[in-house]
Design a protein around this ligand. Structure first.
Ligand code: MN
Length: 243
């Protein structure tokens, strides 16, 4: 009899996002996916939420998570079941390359955790999210599903330079749907890592989807999404027929 502890079912495949830098290339193994809601004032307003006009009144960020295996790496996301209103949300994605020290991470120390950046789509079953919101229920079914997180190749942080001057955009079937400079983020990357560290032990392998600007709208099977961060990062994703 085999007494060595062993897997009793096949182990799920690890999820690895390609990294392509000037000096570094390889793969980024993913642990968790944190997401930020309402991090651009124009998007908060289009969703009917109040938008803070100063740092003093911004309160605390809205966080949720997506499953690691909801990442889409091959540029094809199947239209999900259970919805009539799948929305695109183009977002900056932060990839952590080190564990945070115990306790609350100071914003001025947050930069040392950041390994790379990418862009991703926080695909959302808006009808399910809206129904949950209306009842004061969690957003999980609206945000967490198979193929919910298409993501680009990552670029090492040292190759990106100053983020705030960069412009994030999304075209669908060639038409510009979303566009914003990253200096419009209500909570920037150090602020978000500081706030997340109050709630979770951040570790190497964690991704953070930073929230979307205004212009979210419905996607249909066959639509072609082209996300970009200037000419540095590109995300191509087609919405395929339901599985
Ligand atoms: Mn989002």
């Amino acid at each position: 009899m085999n007494t060595t502890p062993h897997d009793l079912i096949p182990a799920p495949a690890a999820v690895r996002v390609p990294v392509a830098g000037n000096a570094v290339s390889g793969h980024f193994p993913v642990r968790r996916i944190y997401c930020v809601g309402r991090n651009f004032a124009d998007h908060a307003r289009e969703m009917g939420a109040a938008a803070p006009t100063s740092k003093a009144e911004r309160g605390t960020p809205v966080f949720f998570l997506k499953p690691t295996d909801s990442l889409v790496l091959d540029g094809v996301a199947a239209y999900p079941p259970g919805t009539q209103d799948l929305h695109h949300e183009i977002e900056l994605v932060v990839a952590l390359g080190a564990d945070a020290p115990a306790g609350v991470l100071a914003p001025e120390n947050a930069g040392s955790l950041v390994f790379a950046y990418g862009i991703g789509l926080d695909l959302t079953r808006r009808d399910l999210q809206a129904a949950a919101k209306a009842k004061g229920l969690p957003w999980d079914t609206g945000k967490s599903f198979d193929d919910a997180a298409p993501i680009s190749t990552l670029i090492p942080a040292e190759d990106i330079g100053d983020l705030a001057s960069r412009t994030l955009s999304l075209r669908v079937n060639g038409e510009l749907r979303q566009q914003s400079k990253l200096d419009m983020l209500i909570w920037d990357v150090p602020d978000i890592l500081h706030e997340l560290s109050k709630l979770y032990a951040l570790k190497a392998g964690d991704l953070v989807f930073m929230g979307t600007p205004a212009g979210v709208a419905a996607l249909q099977p066959g639509d072609v999404c082209e996300g970009a961060l200037d000419d540095l990062l590109r995300l191509d994703c087609r919405i395929a027929s339901p599985r």
